[in-house]
Ligand binder design. Structure first.
Ligand code: ISL
Ligand code: CA
Length: 554
């Protein structure tokens, strides 16, 4: 097993729009992040991933880039970014940027040219096709609703957009596009950036026959996800950019199971450092966005275990995460955001920090922030949510109230409400009304409060992160599941060179008994982490309190 800094690291994700507003226009910005570097340092994280900060008309909050080498006006200037990088580096914190390479904004110079005429030199930078039978070229659907094709009158053709119509897909078949992209990436690497998270990177190769999709789910995904040339493109990109700088790379990969994942992260293949999986966050949405489904802990355990074994057998790595800017808050999904908010937030965090992979913390997760509850459909900002709301209203099967309920549970805005720093108006995020409504529980859940309390979620995260640094077994230990069939407890071992970990996690709101006597022979172990004030003795059989998490070292 090769040692790498990023295997030992804990990454903290910042959504700049909602982290800290330095000039009180209601929008978070780069100087706001600079003001809060102490927070990151105190927590003990090793790297920061910034969501896109490039120039953008913000149709999808920065995931629609109009200039890859300039900073978004609201966020500040290139000098601000350079200063932020410098300050992070002074504290040994690496900077990971977000690269959106599957598509650009329709306001990018390339697209403005491309749509001018069929013989424009930039025409082939994007994917243009003739319509079929008076409609789009095929039945592919966009992630944000509707057809993935948009008709453009000027040249009487359609262009492909897997996300919003303001996010036209780049044509990776064109080697000029690839060369421009590599040059841009190298420009950032020369600047001193330490790595990249690559947005929907497994969608870059489309089946050039553009057949109609026939599979369940988003129509056409079998032809645009993990497409024919995806690994060829990634290998070429990595060899020409990241690998020359030993940069850390995190590929965001929807529609990827453990078998597909290996192809991106098996170390010998020299593609990515790790992927961002999705399957572990799909249990409560198995029947689609508008139906919340029940699930069983054994499903999560089986899935996690299969990934863990597959990756360790194949010398591959993964990110470990529950929350990001696209996901509702985990404590409101797999935990309990009421009575056991703190316990369950800590327990879920324990899982992320004790499995084999690199933990990613999303802003606010370290204080146990919860889902919102907006009271009007017009409060939602997220382009994805607005798309679904529109579809549901057109279908006319649910009442407004029912739509509101599902939107509150599902919306990406759950993660995007401003960060809670203290209990002042607008939670210390800004002095002006923020761009998105605050979560109303900020007086109870905020950083200031967590810093002044011994049993806060923040203090627990601090401890967890420092333990990871102290014991290499957290990063490199071999994973083995225990109590496989247990419906309440997720238990596993990590076996290292010097020591081992035994992790016990109770996912239920009730006490849960366990008996490990016929699976283990350990006489003594030290309890190094526990989310209850009154600590537990070591026993191979006993019971766990509601949402209890224990980590023993032996
Ligand atoms: O967020 C989702 C589920 O709620 C996905 O549909 C999401 O759009 C998908 O995971 C891709 O996400 C990434 O690319 C999008 C952008 O909107 C997301 O914020 C980004 O993380 C398009 O660039
Ligand atoms: Ca601002």
């Amino acid at each position: 097993m090769n040692k790498k800094w990023w295997k030992e690291a804990v990454v903290y994700q910042i959504y700049p729009r909602s982290f800290k507003d330095s000039n009180n226009d209601g929008i978070g910005d780069l100087r706001g992040i600079i003001e809060k570097i102490d927070h990151l340092d105190q927590l003990g994280v090793d790297a920061v991933w910034l969501n896109p900060v490039y120039k953008s008309p913000n149709d999808d909050n920065g995931y629609d880039i109009s200039d890859y080498q300039a900073i978004m006006d609201e966020f500040g200037t290139m000098e601000d970014l350079e200063e932020l990088m410098e300050l992070l580096h002074q504290r040994n914190i690496k900077l990971i940027m977000d690269l959106v390479l599957n598509h650009s904004s329709d306001e990018h110079q390339w697209f403005k040219e491309s749509r001018q005429s069929k013989d424009n030199p930039y025409r082939d930078y994007y994917i243009w096709r003739d319509g079929k039978n008076g409609g789009p070229p095929n039945n592919w659907k966009a992630f944000f609703g509707g057809s993935a094709w948009k008709y453009d009158q000027k040249t009487d053709q359609y262009y492909l957009h897997l996300f919003s119509p303001k996010q036209p897909d780049l044509n990776w078949e064109n080697s000029k596009v690839r060369q421009e992209i590599y040059a841009m990436i190298n420009w950032w690497l020369e600047k001193g950036v330490d790595g990249f998270r690559l947005d929907v990177i497994n969608l870059i190769s489309k089946d050039q026959r553009f057949p109609d999709g026939e599979k369940e789910g988003l129509a056409g995904h079998e032809y645009f996800a993990n497409g024919p040339r995806v690994h060829e493109f990634i290998k070429e990109m990595a060899a020409n950019t990241f690998n020359k700088y030993e940069a850390m790379t995190v590929g965001e990969t929807p529609f990827v199971d453990k078998e597909e994942a290996i192809k991106f992260v098996k170390e010998e293949r020299e593609e990515f450092s790790m992927v961002i999986p999705f399957e572990h966050l799909e249990f409560d949405r198995k029947e689609g966005w508008d139906k919340i489904t029940d699930w069983d802990l054994t499903e999560l355990k089986d899935l996690m275990s299969e990934w863990q074994y597959k990756l360790q057998e194949n010398n591959g790595w993964t990110s470990l995460y529950f929350c990001n800017h696209d996901q509702p808050r985990i404590v409101s999904r797999y935990g309990d955001d009421g009575k056991y908010r703190k316990e369950s937030a800590k327990m879920l965090g324990t899982m992320l920090h004790t499995l084999r992979g690199t933990p990613f913390i999303y802003q606010g997760e370290e204080i146990g922030m919860t889902n919102i509850s907006f009271d009007s459909l017009t409060d939602f900002d997220d382009i994805e949510t607005r798309g679904y709301i529109k579809e549901l209203q057109e279908k006319n099967q649910l009442s407004q109230k029912e739509i509101l309920e599902i939107a509150n549970y599902r919306t990406r805005d759950n993660a995007r409400t401003p960060m809670h720093w203290d209990d002042s108006k607008y939670a210390g995020f800004s002095e002006s009304e923020p761009w998105l409504k605050m979560n109303s529980n900020y007086p109870e859940i905020n950083v200031e409060k967590d810093l002044s309390s011994d049993d806060s979620v923040f203090k627990y995260y601090q401890k967890m992160i420092s333990l990871r640094k102290k014991y290499p077994v957290f990063a490199y230990g071999k994973y083995e599941i225990l109590l496989e069939a247990d419906q309440n407890i997720y238990a596993y071992l990590r076996q290292g060179e010097q020591n081992n970990l035994l992790v016990l996690l109770n996912f239920s709101e009730n006490e849960a008994a366990y008996d490990l006597n016929d699976q283990l022979e350990i006489k003594q172990a030290e309890l190094i982490l526990n989310n209850y004030q009154q600590e537990a003795d070591f026993e191979l059989d006993g019971s766990l309190r509601p949402y209890e998490a224990r980590v023993y070292l032996y």
